[in-house]
Design a protein around this ligand. Sequence first.
Ligand code: OOG
Ligand code: MG
Length: 254
Amino acid sequence: MKLQEIANTLDEAAKNAEAVEQISEKNKFNLEQAYAIQRLSIENRKKRGEKVVGYKLGFTSYAKMEQMGVHDLIWGILTDDMKINFGETVDLNRWIHPRAEPEIAFRVGKDITKPISLEKVPQYIDKMASAIEIIDSRYKNFKFSLEDVVADNCSSTGYVLGGWYDLKPDDIADLTIDLKINDEIVEKGKTSAILDNPLKSIVELSRLATDAGLKIEKGQVILAGAATAAVYLKPNDKIESELEGLGKVAFEVK
Ligand code: OOG
Ligand code: MG
């Protein structure tokens, strides 16, 4: 299978909410090719009018690595079509087998065009927010290899943001984060679970995305990766994440 064909297969699977077989079982491709497939699938989305609005990191916490059996940091691309408004109700039919996970989001205050160090991160990031990511692997049973999940844009499908707060870089490495479903806490974590300090995800992304020739633009959003395992969504769930000091973010499904 050509890289473009794999990209089309995954893009169609996402568009039609229909799972496909794990691709690497029959068609081997390497990590570099996986990122090429990811970007080709984003090109398909752009041709349909979607705009790139940010990036996400994956497997930045041990909880996520253990849940999914993949132990390398990955990154993917967010488009405007994936944005869900705070408080919105979404039809579950839009997805295959969605899961929600609690995250912290950052807003880019100045274009990032080269790798940056942890000390420099506050010069490039101006705001932070409580966030929920919705992931929906296009592979049957959420089963994938590292290469498969990267090609599938790291299962990206949706994100919800709470209100933006000024970045307080010295203050965010050890905040409590709770994921609630129908008012019951189902996952509890700490921001320290994300690479010891979620700002390190910006350092990692700055290296990986600029190596790939991309510019991380002012105004874009970066999801640092989930602090806890992800939870499957059921009809009529109300999903809420609360991040210490940054308040709540929520949405509902039907
Ligand atoms: C891959 C996406 C991982 C995270 O926050 O670690 C991710 C998956 O679990 O399907 O978004
Ligand atoms: Mg995530």
